[in-house]
Design a binder for this molecule. Structure first.
Ligand code: SAM
Ligand code: SF4
Ligand code: SF4
Length: 356
């Protein structure tokens, strides 16, 4: 495997946040229809001819690495729907500046791909799993394939992925009664569960504040069931979180079981946000809530020299002031972020297009 040895700059945005992490959505398509992400019956899709090739993605990823990105997460839509994803993993893993290469998946196709992904150089896998009840999964994700997700998690473990995480979006009246069992599932499978507050991102057309189970409530529920819950202060200390720039706060139960909470809605962490997102068709977003992005595909396909694209990325990041979740928190009558009509006109507003 060829290894890139080029050096890295470190750039900072207008709020002094470094650019370190990039989420690359490899497709806007998905084989589930989670209520909190894709609740509608039909969608406007990205145009096929606009989807970046693996080579185009690797070229852009290399430019981001030049500017300090050292963590890449592949996402979607459902990233495992992209043909031969391990081919892309191999290309990205060849760049030694990418110290952390991870994937977020709904797990449906993971059993068949885990080994190839691991062999290609993928380091970490996060699987989204919001319920342990197959019948509830049918309502929540509109699929009868709950068992395939569990098989996917097991296959990832067998393929040698040491660090497997489980993402669970918690919604009041839907799955909040499963907080303890999800934490227990994590303990059993040695996979850390991260409980995620329901967010009013684009695409979440059924969102309302009363459905959000806050970090505080999650902690109370965990405490009622398991006894004292302690914050992993070292991990959560400002220094450690600055170093890790991780959105999850971590907690530990008395028996040593750990879990995380991602409190994007009630306690946003924009102040330390070092991540941005590239859509499958090459639009670069500086924030999950940002109204528009920068069309890097247009630049790339125009034949612009790479130093021009490098400069465009640099100048855009250096002007970045985005703090979407913090600004949303200040809105008093908080409702759906993007009206359906606008989502239909511009799929780039969708979470499943931007990549969560
Ligand atoms: N399809 C893959 C999956 O589900 O893991 C990757 C893409 S999905 C958009 C990435 C993450 O976004 C998932 O963990 C999902 O739970 C989360 N997500 C989607 N909509 C959300 C919402 N409204 N609030 C909080 N998290 C959300
Ligand atoms: Fe669910 Fe992920 Fe698909 Fe959204 S992109 S519907 S979260 S599986
Ligand atoms: Fe970062 Fe925007 Fe999310 Fe805040 S809302 S953490 S700035 S992506």
């Amino acid at each position: 495997m060829e290894t890139t040895l080029a050096s890295q700059l470190r750039i900072y945005d207008a709020l002094d946040r470094p650019m370190r992490s990039l989420r690359i959505s490899v497709t806007d398509r998905c084989n589930l229809r989670c209520q909190y992400c894709m609740p509608e019956d039909d969608y406007t899709w990205l145009r096929r001819e606009h989807i970046l090739s693996f080579e185009e993605i690797a070229t852009l990823a290399g430019l981001f690495a030049d500017l300090g990105v050292e963590r890449i997460r592949l996402t979607g839509g459902e990233p495992l729907l992209r043909q031969n994803l391990s081919g892309l993993v191999r290309l990205l893993a060849g760049d030694c500046r990418i110290r952390d290469l991870a994937l977020t998946t709904n797990g449906l196709l993971l059993a068949g791909q885990a080994r190839a992904l691991r062999e290609a150089g993928l380091q970490r896998v996060t699987v989204s799993l919001d319920t342990l009840k197959p019948e509830r999964f049918e309502g929540l994700a509109r699929s009868g394939l709950h068992a395939a997700v569990l098989d996917g998690i097991a296959a990832a473990r067998e393929a040698g992925f040491g660090e497997i995480k489980i993402n669970s979006v918690i919604i009041r009246g839907v799955n909040d009664d499963e907080i303890p069992s999800l934490i227990e599932f994590g303990r059993r499978f040695k996979a850390e569960v991260r409980l995620i507050e329901y967010m009013d991102v684009g695409g979440a057309t059924r969102w309302s504040m009363d459905k959000v189970v806050s970090r505080a409530e999650m902690l109370r529920i965990a405490g009622d069931r398991f006894g004292p819950v302690r914050a992993l202060t070292e991990e959560n200390s400002t220094r450690a979180r600055d170093r890790l720039r991780a959105p999850a706060e971590r907690f530990v139960l008395q028996d040593g079981t750990t879990f995380g909470i991602i409190a994007s809605t009630t306690q946003p962490f924009c102040r330390s946000c070092d991540r941005s997102r590239l859509t499958a068709d090459g639009i670069w977003f500086l924030c999950l809530y940002g109204p528009q992005g920068t069309d890097l595909k247009a630049l790339l396909r125009s034949g612009a020299p790479q130093r021009m694209i490098f400069q465009a990325i640099r100048e855009t990041w250096e002007a970045r002031e985005d703090r979407g979740a913090e600004e949303r928190k200040r809105v008093s009558a908080r409702g759906v972020l993007v009206p359906l009509e606008r989502l239909r006109q511009d799929p780039h507003q969708e979470m499943h297009t931007r990549g969560g």
